[in-house]
Design a protein around this ligand. Structure first.
Ligand SMILES: Nc1ncnc2c1ncn2[C@@H]1O[C@H](COP(=O)(O)OP(=O)(O)OP(=O)(O)O)[C@@H](O)[C@H]1O
Length: 123
């Protein structure tokens, strides 16, 4: 086993950040999720939501980003291994996209449950 190296550990953060940047610049959906997250964060500050509500919002945002990152990785892997049309490759991509949809829907429900009472209060 290689000896522990702080330099190598820091290097792995650099690679992870590079992966996130690839997803941001190459995936339109990722940018849409980023914009949605920004709107939700600004709205959270506007309504001065509680710490517990912030926890749910942060969790919801992170789940969507994580699903989108895995989806991007799976898409790239499929494109690498199966650049030609293949029904199984299509199914794999559809399933990965399904995971993003499930995470985005659950985030939308969390957002509604948290913000609806505040919206009702001002209307
Ligand atoms: N090699 C393939 N073989 C068969 N079907 C594929 C293949 N590649 C993509 N598809 C089908 O096309 C759909 C879209 O694939 P694509 O790679 O363009 O991703 P996408 O959903 O457009 O993602 P993004 O817009 O984030 O790049 C897939 O979900 C799948 O149904």
């Amino acid at each position: 086993m290689k000896p522990f190296s702080v330099k190598e550990r820091l290097q792995s953060f650099k690679y992870a950040w590079r992966g996130i940047r690839v997803a941001i610049w190459q995936e339109h959906n990722f940018r849409i999720h980023l914009l949605a997250a920004l709107i939700v964060i600004v709205t959270g500050f506007y309504f001065e939501i509680s710490n517990t509500e912030w926890c749910w919002i942060v969790l919801a945002i992170c789940i969507v980003f994580t699903a989108e990152l895995f989806n991007t990785a799976i898409e790239k892997l499929v494109d690498l291994k199966s650049p030609e049309f293949d029904p199984l490759a299509g199914k794999i991509k559809d399933i990965a996209a399904g995971a993003v949809l499930v995470s985005a829907l659950s985030a939308a429900i969390i957002g509604l449950l948290i913000f609806w009472p505040y919206i009702e209060d001002i209307s």
